[in-house]
Design a protein around this ligand. Structure first.
Ligand SMILES: [Zn+2]
Length: 293
């Protein structure tokens, strides 16, 4: 007897042959990332500089700015249906890097404006020594010295040395980049179809009853008998409906852990599974409606 299509599916998955077509690299997209990433970073650096006089909890503030940097890039690539992961990764890093460096630069510019508005020598003061003039000079080094003298917050302790201010800047920058990457990672690893150029979206999300779980398992030739309770099921596909569909089954295990099984379904299997799940969903909705009525 010939193997069933479902058995072939498992074999194909083992060989990793069923996968969505990956997004293609494009120079135009890379150029856009090189321009747009830093522009977004600069926008957030400006916002951070304006906000930090009112609300800037040490340690948390750079994390927050990083989250906003990452989210902005994610929203943009989702809206534009752009899915080349390496380019997105580069855009996120550039955005976060420009936001981190831009914040310090804008703080320096604000310090310069403040210094310029003050007289170099106070009225009535006669001290014109070279060291006094040097200290009043608008340099980044003097900015750091002023920051150090004022005491820059480094988590719970105060840094009163220039190297500690540098260290504080570096730690804040790394926190910002880290949180931007952390927030964008789930979006970047999400499935994308390079054939129609769209991100996968969830078509059906439902908790299966034991009978439906069995029927679905038969459709895709899956051994579900050892599963302690019926799984939650999520079926997603690209917007052009041309790539393989992704089926996710998850079970809650002991101690609140969740076990997840991911499968890629070919077109016929997707259609059969979708028809089954849509029917179940309709029945569930009808029952819920009947209960409310
Ligand atoms: Zn597609």
């Amino acid at each position: 007897m010939a193997d069933s299509p479902a058995k072939n599916l498992v074999q194909l998955q083992e060989k990793a042959l069923i996968r969505p077509t990956p997004a293609r690299f494009s120079w135009a997209a890379l150029a856009a990332a090189l321009l747009v990433g830093p522009a977004i970073g600069l926008g957030w650096a400006w916002t951070a500089e304006a906000l930090q006089d009112y609300f800037a909890p040490p340690g948390i503030f750079p994390l927050l700015i990083g989250v906003f940097c990452g989210l902005t890039v994610v929203v943009l690539v989702r809206y534009l249906q752009f899915g080349h992961r390496q380019t997105i990764f580069l855009a996120v890093v550039l955005t976060a890097l420009v936001a981190a460096v831009g914040r310090e630069y804008l703080a320096f510019r604000t310090w310069c404006c403040l210094k310029e508005s003050l007289p170099i020598i106070a009225p009535g003061e006669t001290d014109t020594r070279e060291s006094h003039r040097e200290q009043a000079r608008l340099s980044f080094d003097n900015f750091l010295r002023d920051e150090a003298q004022q005491g820059r917050t480094l988590f719970t302790t105060y840094a009163d040395r220039r190297w500690a201010v540098w260290l504080s800047c570096a730690i804040e920058g790394l926190l910002l980049i880290f949180s931007a990457l952390a927030v964008s990672l789930p979006a970047v690893v999400a499935p994308y179809c390079g054939r129609c150029g769209s991100w996968y979206r969830t078509e059906i999300s439902i908790r299966l009853d034991p009978i439906t779980a069995e029927r679905l398992a038969t459709l895709i030739d899956l051994e579900l008998r050892k599963v302690p309770r019926p799984p939650r099921c999520r079926l997603s596909i690209c917007q052009g409906r041309c790539g393989p569909a992704r089926l996710e089954l998850s079970w809650e295990r002991a101690y609140g852990t969740v076990e997840l099984l991911r499968l890629w379904l070919e077109k016929e299997q997707f259609q059969a599974a979708a028809a089954l799940l849509e029917n179940v969903q309709k029945v569930v909705k009808k029952k819920a409606g009947g209960n409310v009525g």
